[in-house]
Write a protein that binds this ligand. Sequence first.
Ligand code: SAM
Length: 327
Amino acid sequence: MIDRFGRRHVYLRLAITDYCNLSCTYCKPGGATGSGSKRASMMSAGTIERLVRVCAGLGVKKVRITGGEPTVRPDLLEIARRIAGIPGIETLALTTNGVHLAGLAAPLRKAGLEKLNVSLDSLRPERFKAITGSDRLEAVLLGIDAALAAGFAPLKVNVVVMRGVNDDEILEFVALGRHRAINVRFIEYMPFRENGWSREGLVPYEEMLARISRKYPAEPIGSGERTGGVAKDFAIEGHLGRVSFITPISDTFCERCNRLRITADGRLKTCLFAPAGVDLAAAMEGGSTEEELSLLIRSTLEQKPERHPEAEDLRDHQDQPMNTIGG
Ligand code: SAM
């Protein structure tokens, strides 16, 4: 799957639900209310497996399960096992808010999951509640312990940094990796439909790095560029874990984008910020063969834009909130 700009697509991010048990202010339209997102139609485990099989046939090698919150699906382990067993899929990853992780980390590992990202934006209970609408911080921290014990190393912890909200915790997050194999990844706050983004709320990567470097000597290490990753990685002197930055705003990585996305309702997206394209789930319901599905995917890929618009214009280009796409 090589697009018009020579980018080879080997990485599929698959939302298996748009329901989330948290309601993070920056992710879900309407902000943190504590009630979670509305539950919408979800693809069955069988539909998901078939779709991934078609994508694997087209060259996809890595799948990340996301959402919504993927761990709210009772059949998550079955989905993981099915995807891990598909020939051609070399890496199975999952992104979670960690609330249900304590009981799931070891079974997920057994089901074939290799890489795990936990999203966590504050280490302070009251702030965690203000951002997520939930008081489950303790459960997330236990989930992180369980994931490390289950052998997910390095364990990635994703932090969306927002000025005036949690940017005063950057150094506390760096300290998480002092004695543990935790790779803390600071993500630039991105605009999404109705998420209240403003440029003032963004803490650009250079600023985050400067703030960290004042306390912790940080050494750049070969970033994921060669392996198709998008993070800028740093070793911190004396720390077991690394620190990374994801810079979708201050330093875009569109030219190396190797990703496709399938939304919770089964539509293909070629760019996080592009409108959802062809409805693959509907095509399957309509009886499309695997060959027809492959053709649909390829022709949608032809439309993939060269790059996403500038930050200020991004919201106008979106037809969906983040929780239905999966980040
Ligand atoms: N529920 C899971 C979780 O919390 O990790 C998976 C879905 S969540 C949409 C995936 C990732 O997107 C999370 O790490 C979240 O922090 C990130 N995200 C959501 N909205 C964002 C925004 N406006 N800017 C940057 N990252 C965002």
